[in-house]
Each structure stands twice: as structure tokens, then as C-alpha cells.
Write a protein that binds this ligand. Structure first.
Ligand code: ASP
Ligand code: MG
Length: 356
């Protein structure tokens, strides 16, 4: 069995919910067979963008409704599980005047993406005979009032998450919508890709053994594997280095998810493969990241002083050595691949260094 007796928080990203929902649900249920589980769910991929447009233009609710109805039907769920939430969403969109600010209104509207996907997840688990409790995220995750990019209030969240801890100890799987928090009775959101942050905070608050971040890629890679075919996973990487890599463009993990001591495992929903542990240990393998900056891309190598044969800008960023280069869009792929070759060669081999 999978790690018997352990307590996990497992988070599924939006593309996992959209493309690998059944696999995600069975993984959560298998973890529960063996131990304790709290599940954090992102909105179905594309829904958060649609909700942001809805808040802005008051237009497009039919598309969101249709998408969820199709989703339910595709997964053998009754579409009426979404009726109450979709009704509330419809009424919220018409009630801008009852919110203190545009930002508060927008966060309220956007919160429905995660509420809907978490509802589907809870229903699907329940249909498998797993006892589930679905929480309102604002009851668990307390934040400040910085709508759109709220910071978690740890002390309050520790209190808010006590019922989560109790429920999992009683044998329930807990489902918590990601990305959403609460501030003085209003809903807040934690910034784009914020569900990783929800999962890490929750893992910390309930004393989880590990937080599993499940998505389309099974780990932190030496470079973006969609652009660099020879990229390979980094087995162990420190929180500091992941944070810097995320701030410089890597999207395997939200930078704020690295602020807690609970170990984070990065896995792939599709086949339950895990290739990276984020924590104390660091295998020292350099990580190449890239990020668009204006017309150019900044390519950074995180964890080195220099790259042989390449002249870049070397500096320290949040205590980590980084070398950066600027390249144009049309040469990005070629540059990433040749830089990767310079650092790692062309074979898929073991990492450069062992855990120190
Ligand atoms: N649904 C939110 C977003 O699209 C949060 C997340 O997916 O983690 O940014
Ligand atoms: Mg992500």
C-alpha cells in the first residue's frame, strides 16, 4: 500500500482536474485506504480565466455552466451537483453593488471555480464509497485583505484548520477548494496558481507528513521538458532553490508554497509518478528557467556561478547563485537546448551530484 499510516495533503492542478480527473480521484482514495488525506483542488483548467472575464464583462456564464455540465456527464456525475453553486454565481455577478470594492467582487466571483471543482471531487469520492467532508475554503484559510493576491494569516489558519484535522483523524477524506481564503467575511484569492500555496499552508497547519503537488509533470526538471527533450527531473531540491527558480519562471511550484517546513513531493496525476522532493536536501543539479521580460526572455541557471563557454550575468538572488542570459523569442528553444547540453550533455543519466 501507499505509505501506510501517513498524513498527506494532496493537491491536484487545473489540468489534472480537466484531463485526469478519474486518476486523481482514485489516487486520493488509495491514499486514504492507507492513511489520512486532505485534498486541495484547483479549478478546472480555463475556468479561472473565464470567471475573471465574467467579473469584468458580466458575460459568459453560459459557457461556464455548459463546461461544468459536460464535465459532470463525462465523469458519471449528476450535473445537478453544481446547481446551487451556479445559481449563487449567477446572483453574485448581478450584485456588484453589495461588495466594498471591485477587487472584493472579483475574488468572490473567481472563487466559484475551485468551489465547483472541489464539489465534483467530493462527489466522485463519495460515489466510490469514501466518506468525505467538503470544507468552505474561507473557513479554513484566513488571509489579509489584499484581494487578488492575499497573504495567508498563519495563526488564524491554524485555528481554522483544526476541524480539518479532526475530520481526517475520524477517517474522512477532507476536500478543500484551493486558491481561496477569507478576510472579514469576504472571499479572497491567493494569486494565480495559488492552490499550491493553499496545499502547503494546510499541510503545515495540520502537521502533514508531506504535501503532494500533482500536475502534468512529475517533478522539477533541469529545464522546461516541453521545450528541452533531454531535460530530466531533479530528485532533491531545497526550498530556497525552488523558490528562486519559481520566481525566475519555473512553474512546477508556486514560490509561496516553499515557505513551510513540510516536505513537498511533486508528482504526475496521470500515472502517479513522483520524481522530486522539495525540502532540506539538495542534489545540487542546476535548474534552467526562463521568463518573458518585455520583448525578451530571461533565461536563468539556478544554482551555479557560471556556465562554461557562456557569458552571462552572475549574481546572488535570495541567497542562491544564478546566472542569467537574455534571448529573443525565436532563439529561446535553441538557446535552452544548447545551454542544457553545455551543462548536462545529451544522455539521460543520473543527476550530476548526490544529496549533500
Ligand atoms: N485556479 C487558479 C488559477 O488558475 C489557482 C490554481 O489553479 O492554482 O490560477
Ligand atoms: Mg501549478
Amino acid at each position: 500500500m501507499l505509505c501506510p499510516g501517513r498524513r498527506f495533503v494532496v493537491k491536484f492542478g487545473g489540468s489534472s482536474v480537466r484531463n485526469h480527473f478519474d486518476s486523481a480521484v482514485s489516487f486520493a482514495s488509495r491514499l486514504w485506504d492507507a492513511g489520512e488525506v486532505a485534498v486541495v483542488v484547483s479549478a478546472i483548467k480555463g475556468v479561472t480565466d473565464a470567471l475573471l472575464r465574467l467579473a469584468e464583462t458580466r458575460d459568459g456564464i453560459e459557457g461556464i455552466e455548459a463546461l461544468h455540465r459536460d464535465f459532470a456527464l463525462r465523469h458519471g456525475l449528476d450535473p445537478s451537483i453544481f446547481s446551487r453553486l451556479l445559481g449563487e454565481l449567477e446572483r453574485s455577478v448581478e450584485s456588484r453593488a453589495s461588495f466594498p470594492s471591485e477587487m472584493a467582487f472579483r475574488d468572490h466571483v473567481v472563487s466559484f471555480g475551485e468551489l465547483l471543482s472541489a464539489r465534483a471531487f467530493a462527489e466522485a469520492l463519495s460515489a466510490m464509497g469514501v466518506p468525505v467532508v467538503l470544507f468552505d475554503p474561507w473557513e479554513v484559510i484566513a488571509t489579509d485583505g489584499n484581494f487578488g493576491n492575499a497573504e495567508v494569516n498563519l495563526r488564524e489558519t491554524l485555528r481554522g484548520s483544526a476541524p480539518v484535522r479532526e475530520a481526517i483523524e475520524e477517517g474522512f477524506v477532507v476536500v478543500v477548494p484551493g486558491f481561496v481564503g477569507g478576510y472579514l467575511g469576504l472571499r479572497t484569492t491567493l494569486g494565480r496558481n495559488g492552490s499550491d500555496y493553499t496545499a502547503a499552508v494546510l499541510g503545515d497547519a495540520i502537521g502533514a507528513d508531506a504535501v503532494l503537488i500533482m500536475g502534468g509533470v512529475d517533478g522539477v526538471y533541469t529545464a522546461d521538458p516541453r521545450r528541452v527533450p533531454f531535460a530530466r527531473p531533479v530528485p532533491f531540491i531545497s526550498r530556497e532553490r525552488v523558490k528562486v527558480a519559481s520566481l525566475l519562471g519555473m512553474n512546477a511550484l508556486h514560490p509561496k508554497a516553499t515557505e513551510f517546513e513540510v516536505p513537498i513531493l511533486i508528482g504526475r496525476t496521470d500515472d502517479w509518478a513522483f520524481s522530486t522532493v522539495v525540502g532540506e536536501a539538495d542534489s545540487g543539479t542546476p535548474v534552467i528557467t526562463h521568463r518573458r521580460e518585455g520583448e525578451l526572455f530571461r533565461v536563468s541557471v539556478v544554482g551555479v556561478d557560471s556556465v562554461p563557454g557562456y557569458e552571462g550575468e552572475s549574481r546572488e538572488f535570495n541567497g542562491v547563485r544564478v546566472v542569467s542570459f537574455w534571448v529573443e523569442r525565436h532563439s529561446l528553444r535553441g538557446f535552452l537546448n544548447s545551454l542544457h547540453w553545455a551543462l548536462f550533455g545529451r544522455r539521460r543519466t543520473a543527476p550530476l551530484a548526490v544529496v549533500s
